[in-house]
Ligand binder design. Sequence first.
Ligand SMILES: C[S@@+](CC[C@H](N)C(=O)[O-])C[C@H]1O[C@@H](n2cnc3c(N)ncnc32)[C@H](O)[C@@H]1O
Length: 279
Amino acid sequence: MLSAIIDLLDCPVCQGDLDIDESSVICDRGHTFDIARQGYVSLLSGSAGKLHSDSVAMVSARERVLGSGLYEPIGDAVVELTEGAVTLDVGAGTGQYLSRCLDGQGPDARGVGLDLSKAGARAIARAHPRIGSVIADAWQRLPVRDDSVDTVLSVFAPRNVAEFARVLSPGGALVVVTPTPRHLAEIVESMGMIGVDPAKPERIGNTLGAAFTRTERISVEHTMTLDRGLVADIVTMGPSAYHLSADEITDRAAALAERVDVVCSVTVSRYEAQTDRTR
Ligand SMILES: C[S@@+](CC[C@H](N)C(=O)[O-])C[C@H]1O[C@@H](n2cnc3c(N)ncnc32)[C@H](O)[C@@H]1O
């Protein structure tokens, strides 16, 4: 619920404090944002323009895949590296990772699930009573107060390094999940997916290295036996769905064996902001 985290947010127009007034979120200067019937608020400061965000079909596919337990070891590693009572998940998707983290951190834990997608925001709002669901663009200033967050999660999601550093409290943790080039490699070609660029880990290291130091790293790799429905869901929940139609995904999955073994391979890293950071 938004009331659990409203003190962590600030106004996207004037950066003033926010409060809840019946069905709106309002700042000291009167900037007002409607709370949707499903419990989320949009704090977009302008139009999201041409940015991609996830559709209802993508969010539903992700709920099924995460609900199947196939990515459970990734969630375990994320929970292990999460610390403190306040977690911000940027590009939170369905809110399932954030929800697990709050359960892992105990009854005082609370979290902000931020995503650009309306379908995602709806799922995030119902994921956990101590999650507040906010629509915002990860590439803009985040509507979150300076130094207010103990852990920022970035799970297969956009990484705005300067904003992560700004909202994290001193000594706070940034937990990043990124796929390795082996991730889903067995089905990349047959399903017409976008593969992982082998230079990606180095690129991420370079981007984060400007403001953060890596303090821990967990490799998660396991083989998943998938039926055609789960293969289609895994493709549908990822960025490949932006360039493949639903029919194309179904047709390609139908041409596969009834069951296929596919490797899940990701790195889960914990970073800490460098102490000499300047704002
Ligand atoms: C690959 S999904 C990962 C979702 C979730 N973290 C998970 O692993 O289940 C990427 C997420 O980032 C969101 N996203 C994409 N661009 C965004 C942006 N500019 N600002 C905020 N969220 C964004 C998408 O809507 C989607 O929910």
